[in-house]
Structure formats: C-alpha cells, structure tokens
Design a protein around this ligand. Sequence first.
Ligand SMILES: [Zn+2]
Length: 64
Amino acid sequence: MLIPIRCISCGELLADKWERYQAQIKIKEKKQVLDELGIKNYCCRVCFLTSPDLTDKINQYKII
Ligand SMILES: [Zn+2]
C-alpha cells in the first residue's frame, strides 16, 4: 500500500518524503529518520510507521 499524499489529519505533505524515508530506514532507526525529515506531528508519524511498502509483494502477481 502506498502512503497517502497528504496526512489525513493535519494535511501536511508526506508523499515527497516517502522515498527518502524508505532508503534511510535500511540504515538508521525509524525514529531518527522521522526526526531528520522534520516529521514532528504524531498523526504524520503514524502514517509513515503504519504504511508498509508492499510494492515488491504486489509485483509478484500478474494480471490475467
Ligand atoms: Zn499529520
């Protein structure tokens, strides 16, 4: 599932930070990455922490 373009609660733009977040969490802890990206609101942090990247799993299935 993809992350929402904007935060559902406060409306802050999130999608522009998604690729940097995905790249950084392989190296650092999620808390540190969110702090560095400037995501301070709890509502926005929840969007990142609860949106798993399922792109690779979805790509395993072919459309008939
Ligand atoms: Zn928010």
